[in-house]
Design a protein. Structure first.
Length: 643
């Protein structure tokens, strides 16, 4: 029996605020989507020469289907490479998809491969400074593949950090096409996360050898599939389900299994069904709307997900003409309880979470509590309640059943009535140092407020050198500057985590304040991250001096330099020579990204909200600039919102 619960008043208020704030840009976006759609298959717009190029290499029967222009053509956009464990399984997917699409009366073509880099490989390396920008590069690569205009729907194969957000941003710029996201699944559980973290901390103080560290890491990351901790990659997968872009329960089924292959084939069939020529046309522009974005934020908070999504969800929303900000995250975090404990917010990994009840359990608990919008469009078209299920095989037949009614392990997953915490574990900090995000779900309450002198660093290497020399055996707030998107691409700063954790364990009061990122692996050390605006955008972090008393207070939502206002006002901004971060490892190719990127709170994007047809795109430095613009009023082209 379906349970209908009134929507929580804060969720309703935040949604209404987003709808009002986004009205002009959302209307322009939907108008652009409507203008891109045509009657009949998309390739019908191509000339004979165009079309001949588009199917020249195809098998005869598929070529005939494409010639006749009656059957839909499904694009495959994949992040496959065989170096990265999460993406290696995608090697097998195209043939499964092509066979399933053919059986469903359609044709599938591999439209594009997109780059996929791993933050685990580039962590602490120069390549990490390309990481955030790879998201928009992936979006552009997706657009290049789809620009051939051969396709009536698309399957997006991706898993990790910037890849899924990049694919979705690209998909939304082709919002008239239906989109189904296809995951690869996690690797099986390896070395427990607690043991892995302990070896890292021992290595940081010279009590474990490099050989011991490498063996530990190899036992943790040991086979094909996604890393099993709850970082950005697995946060991506949960969010795709909460947004209705996955088949139910698809996120955390391991690769190279019969169930995974069946889900991949079913995804292809669903893409055919929701294509324009199918029976249930569902463009991705209808799936990703204001309610879906609110659902995504709620899902992120309830699961203790990656702080990277305070950037990525903003960017995804922007691609759909929707404006969300950190105030929305903060307000929702106050009413959304934490229902999971997955490393780094606990000891369990994603496989334990899946076995305990998984995404179907979480979605149902949040729906029943009135914290998710149920009346949304998904790739199934049935509203979000249809995603409270999990897949299984009966022989060779794929079926779904209701997710468990009770958690199978309350150390990992709990019901709404008995959460791990009453809030979502993510706080907005505001003060004379700017606006920052802090993930507190893994930070003990006694560590959530730190007041200590500032120690300034302009690189991770400088911090680690001071640590190695024994200069950090004291209480301090590390202010790591010039790590924002304009400065050096906003790298993740995981190299600092073991050292800071050791100092905290030794009884020191320590914290991190930075315009860089810590991402889904943000752990037990208090960290005010994504400080916005960054120094190169005039941010006040550049006014801090060594020894200034800094107060980071998650309880009060405050980030302050306790400096006399007159002294503060008289200071000039710090400068740094960033040339070394702008060349080598391909970084010089990304100069245009650094020059045009928006602030962290507006998604750190290199693209803008939809603009009126008479205006060239301009960087949206402030939301008010967008609100002033006039919406389209093209009733013929406007794709209507579903009732």
């Amino acid at each position: 029996m379906l349970k209908h619960t009134a929507l929580h008043h804060v969720v309703a208020e935040i949604t209404a605020r987003i709808v009002a704030r986004s009205a002009p840009s959302r209307a322009r976006y939907l108008a652009q989507v409507g203008a891109a759609r045509r009657k009949g298959v998309q390739r019908g717009a191509l000339s004979c020469t165009n079309l001949a190029h588009g199917f020249a290499a195809f098998p005869a029967n598929d070529k005939l289907a494409l010639k006749e222009q009656k059957k839909p053509s499904i694009a495959i956009v994949s992040s496959y490479n065989d170096m990265l464990s999460a993406h290696q399984p995608f090697a097998r997917f195209p043939q499964i998809i092509k066979d399933a699409a053919r059986d469903a009366g359609a044709v599938a073509q591999f439209a594009a491969g997109v780059p996929a880099m791993c933050d685990g490989v580039t962590q602490g390396q120069p390549g990490m400074e390309l990481s955030l920008f790879s998201r928009d590069t992936i979006a552009m690569s997706t657009a290049v593949g789809l620009s051939h205009n051969m396709f009536d729907a698309a399957l997006y194969l991706g898993v990790c950090d910037k890849i899924v957000p990049g694919l979705l941003i690209g998909a939304l710029h082709f919002g008239h096409l239906p989109a189904v996201f296809v995951p690869a699944g996690p690797m099986t559980s390896g070395l427990p996360n607690k043991e892995k973290a302990a070896i890292r901390q021992l290595y940081a103080v010279g009590k474990a050898s490099r050989e011991q560290l490498l063996e530990s890491e190899s036992q943790s990351y040991h086979e094909a599939g996604t890393c099993t901790f709850y970082g950005t990659a697995n946060s991506n997968q949960l969010l795709m389900e909460v947004m209705g872009l996955h088949l139910p329960g698809a996120a955390f089924v391991p690769p190279n299994t019969a169930l995974r292959d069946s889900l991949t084939a079913a995804a292809a069939r669903q893409a055919v069904a929701i294509a324009a020529e199918g029976s249930q046309y569902t463009p991705v522009a209808h799936v990703v709307d204001e309610k879906a974005m609110v659902n995504a934020i709620v899902g992120l908070l309830a699961s203790g997900g990656s702080t990277n999504h305070t950037l990525h969800l903003v960017a995804i929303a922007k691609a759909a003409g929707i404006i969300i900000d950190w105030d929305d995250f903060h307000a929702l975090s106050a009413v959304v309880p934490t229902l999971t404990r997955i490393y780094p917010n606990g000891e369990a990994d994603i496989n334990h979470f899946h076995a305990a009840g998984g995404t179907g359990f979480v979605i149902r608990e949040l729906l029943d509590a009135g914290l998710l919008h149920e009346d949304v469009t998904t790739i199934l078209g049935h509203g979000l309640r249809a995603h409270c299920r999990e897949p299984f095989l009966d022989g060779e037949q794929l079926h779904w059943k209701e997710a468990p009614r009770a958690s199978l392990d309350e150390n990992v997953l709990r019901a709404y009535a008995r959460p791990f915490a009453a809030d979502g574990g993510m706080k907005l900090l505001v003060g004379n140092l700017g606006r920052a995000v802090m993930k507190v779900s893994a930070v003990k309450p006694e560590h959530q407020c730190v007041e200590a002198p500032a120690l300034l660093f302009d690189s991770q290497e400088a911090f680690m050198a001071a640590y190695a020399e024994g200069k950090l055996e004291r209480d301090f707030v590390a202010v790591l500057r010039f790590q924002g998107p304009r400065a050096n691409g906003m790298p993740e700063l995981h190299a600092l985590t073991p050292a800071l954790a050791n100092l905290q364990d030794a009884g020191r009061h320590v914290a991190l304040v930075t315009d860089g990122r810590m991402s889904g692996a943000s752990g037990k050390v208090p960290a005010a991250i994504h400080v916005s605006p960054e120094i190169l955008a005039g941010g006040p972090l550049g006014l801090v001096r060594d020894g200034d008393l800094i107060r980071l207070d998650a309880h009060q939502g405050s980030l302050q330099a306790l400096v006399d206002p007159a002294v503060w006002a008289a200071r000039s901004h710090a400068v740094a020579d960033l040339a070394a971060s702008h060349v080598g490892m391909g970084r010089e190719l990304f100069a245009m990204f650094r020059a045009s990127v928006s602030t962290a709170e507006t998604g750190a994007t290199t693209f803008s909200l939809p603009q009126p047809a008479s205006m060239p795109p301009t960087p949206d430095q402030h939301q008010a600039d967008v609100i002033k613009a006039e919406p389209f009023n093209d009733e013929d082209n406007l794709i209507k919102r579903p009732s």
